[in-house]
Design a protein around this ligand. Structure first.
Ligand code: MSP
Length: 508
């Protein structure tokens, strides 16, 4: 039986123009999906769009069109961007799809029948843009704690979910699975929130129409978060492909930003417990990006379009930068200087030069054909041992979403290789007719092959190009990560000659 892996991104609000924050979560999920495929997993990677709610209704109204029509236009901004960013998602879900309506109404009904949803009355401060109710206590100087806009006091008949009933079970889940929420700082946040006791949650609205109706009282619209979270079930065939659902559920990882942690780590497992469906295995919440030191906002006009970044610096360079620059999980700052610095330093100088000079040396000293290593000496053993060790470290780090450390290990290999070349000086071995040149150039070739493989989840196109330059015809994602084979000899290598600079320098 194949190993399976299911990973998701949040579904993005259809009203927004995609920015670096959306790109970040999606690329992060893409990195893991590609890594897991490389490790031999059968992966399902789901992303999509969140298309219901008052904000969408209002935006469509302003344009005099139906909300679905509005969503149909907007959705392309996301799907087009995912193509540009080379996102390898297996599924795409829109909450306005019929398959999703069925799932949401089905689970709402089921929870209602179990007695966990009841009718009551709700009154509180409601922030329209955030589609969230806040208590008086949660407001910051009378304003929404998330967007700092003025909320409205709303009172309406509403269905409630008995979240309070699940406080103990949620605490149990957190206690037993310390990695249910990652990283630790987010785990602690969730644990202390749940310990504080949970209130029942309002799960229907009567103040607008654009959404999925409550099956037993159709003038009620199902709360947008109840609707949105269920996408993780719909996307893998909860009602229409039960075999697939059984194969991929429980989800291995929901990747999210830290702002939507509570919905995922408290409400979502609460709903699932009521439905007697296993909770997801991990929820990983990442930090937020600022732009040139400032919070990104429409009013400041500093929202960055990822398409523009890609045009200026290249897609793989952008993908790489996001995870090399900032530990995944922490907040980070995006600046022109920082990305140029990374491209010129890590990529053009360290990795790019290593690649071009290695390929050129194989061309020049071995007539473009790597040969079986013959005699060992010098730094050979050191290189072999360290590459093996660093590959293992890399894998350990990748497993826990520690992308930053994983990349650090790869760059340690690169720096060892640069030192190796300087010390062993293949040009000298060649001049002296020493057979060790075969060993040294094989080790360099093989370590580069490995480096390209390790970087593949982050920079798929560049890695393929480097493999190609190394004379390897196969695409990387078909290659299983096989630790036994870290150092082995490949026979079917084609001619290796020269390579155009893979990472051109950027003028500062
Ligand atoms: N529709 C909900 C999610 C429902 S999932 C069942 C939503 N959508 S969103 O479009 O507003 O945000 C999606 C993601 O973008 C979140 O994970 C959020 O953290 C992320 N980001 C938005 N701005 C960001 C930054 N400035 N930096 C990093 N990520 C940020 O929430």
């Amino acid at each position: 039986m194949n190993k399976h892996y299911y990973i998701t991104t949040p579904i993005y609000y259809i009203n927004d123009v995609p920015h670096i924050g959306h790109a970040y979560t999606t690329i992060a999920a893409d990195v893991m999906a590609r890594y897991k495929r490389m490790c031999g997993y059968d992966v399902f990677f789901l992303t999509g769009t969140d298309e219901h709610g008052q904000k969408v209704e209002k935006a469509a109204e302003q344009q005099g069109i139906h909300p679905k029509e509005h969503a149909d236009t907007m959705v392309h901004r996301f799907t087009d961007l995912w193509k540009v960013l080379n996102i390898s998602n297996d599924g795409f879900i829109r909450t306005t799809e019929e398959r999703h309506r069925k799932v949401v109404q089905y689970i709402f009904q089921k929870v209602y029948e179990s007695g966990d949803i009841y009718l009551g009355e709700y009154e509180d401060w409601y922030c329209v843009p955030c589609e969230t109710y806040f208590t008086e206590m949660q407001l910051v100087e009378g304003k929404c704690p998330d967007c700092l806009r003025k909320p409205e006091k709303l009172k309406e008949e509403s269905f409630f979910f008995r979240l309070s009933k699940y406080t103990e079970r949620l605490l149990g889940l957190l206690k037993e699975h310390k990695d249910f929420v990652m990283p630790d700082i987010r785990y602690n946040e969730v644990a202390s929130f749940v310990k504080g006791g949970l209130r029942d949650l309002s799960v229907s609205r009567t103040s607008f129409n654009w959404g999925i109706p409550v099956p037993m009282k159709t003038h009620h619209i199902i709360y947008v978060w109840f609707d949105a979270l269920a996408n993780y079930l719909t996307g893998i065939g909860f009602l229409d492909n039960v075999d697939m659902f059984k194969t991929f559920w429980p989800c291995d990882a929901h990747l999210i930003g830290k702002d939507i942690l509570r919905f995922h780590a408290v409400y979502w497992p609460g709903f699932l417990m009521s439905l007697e469906i296993e909770p997801p295995k991990h929820i990983f919440a990442h930090g937020w990006w600022t732009i040139e030191g400032q919070k990104m906002s429409k009013s400041l006009g500093n929202v960055i379009d990822p398409n523009e970044i890609v045009k200026a610096y290249g897609v793989d360079e952008f993908r790489f930068f996001l995870f090399r620059e900032v530990p995944f999980g922490m907040d980070g700052d995006f600046s022109k200087n920082a990305i140029i610095h990374r491209i010129n330093g890590d990529l053009a100088n360290d990795f790019g030069n290593l690649t071009s000079r290695s390929v050129a040396m194989i061309g020049k000293f071995l007539n473009g054909k790597i040969e079986r290593p013959e005699k060992k000496g010098g730094m050979d053993e050191y290189v072999e041992e360290n590459v093996k060790r660093l590959v293992e470290e890399y894998q350990k780090e990748m497993e826990i979403f520690s992308y930053h450390k994983a990349l650090h290990n790869v760059f340690e290999i690169i720096s060892i290789l640069n030192k190796y070349i300087d010390t062993e000086a293949p040009w000298r071995l060649s001049k002296e007719g020493d057979v060790r040149i075969k060993t040294v150039l094989y080790n360099i070739w093989n370590s580069l092959r490995i480096v390209a493989m390790l970087l593949y989840p982050f920079m798929p196109q560049k890695s393929e190009a480097i493999w190609h330059a190394l004379g390897i015809g196969k695409p990387i994602d078909k290659v299983l990560f096989d630790n036994e084979k870290v150092f082995y000899f490949m026979d079917d290598i084609s001619y290796i000659d020269k390579i155009k600079p893979v990472f051109p320098r950027i003028e500062e």
